[in-house]
Design a protein around this ligand. Structure first.
Ligand code: CA2
Length: 158
């Protein structure tokens, strides 16, 4: 029998997962992605989670399989997932399948607004599994996602 995902958000972290090239944030294309580095975002997200009494497991990988592994890990060891899958958003059925197996809340985040950009960015595989999507707000979108996650986790407990 599949292990039941934990609901206890005071014990289990929110997994904040970042996909390919997001390690380059703050170094190039600031007009699209802003001036914040991923380390800045991690700091802001961790502080906001703390204010809600929550913790964060913040990770980035350029590798699809590693992201699949972390989503699977979050299913067992996390209370929810905030995912910016980067370009894999638009291509990865493997990430969609992993996300579909989640039983805790999933919020998709994008720094830019993919709907204002190239046509190929309009399709999100992640969106088919996500409870919510936040895009176009830059780094603030991650912090808003933490607030939203706190709300969803509170609803779960009620
Ligand atoms: O807007 C987002 O957050 C994206 O997920 C970012 C992805 C892009 O492929 C998605 O369509 C939307 C790309 C992340 C690349 O980040 C870079 C940051 C600085 C320099 C170069 C790339």
């Amino acid at each position: 029998m599949a292990p039941k995902a934990p609901k206890n958000s005071t014990t289990f972290p929110i997994y904040v997962l970042n996909g390919p090239n997001l390690n380059l944030l703050g170094t190039r294309e600031p007009e699209v992605y802003g001036y914040n580095t991923l380390a800045d975002i991690q700091k802001a997200v961790t502080a906001r989670a703390k204010a809600h009494g929550l913790t964060v497991a913040f990770k980035q990988s350029n590798h699809e399989g590693v992201l699949v592994d972390w989503i699977q890990e979050a299913r067992i060891k996390g209370c929810g997932v905030i995912l910016n899958a980067g370009a894999y958003t638009h291509t990865s059925v493997a990430l969609l399948d992993a996300c579909r197996a989640l039983t805790n809340p999933l919020i998709e985040v994008h720094l830019s607004n993919p709907y204002k950009r190239e046509n190929y960015r309009r399709r999100s595989f992640i969106a088919e599994a996500a409870d919510a999507m936040i895009c176009g707000l830059g780094a603030a979108g991650y912090v808003i996602a933490v607030d939203a996650m706190a709300g969803l986790l509170k609803e779960q407990k009620e």
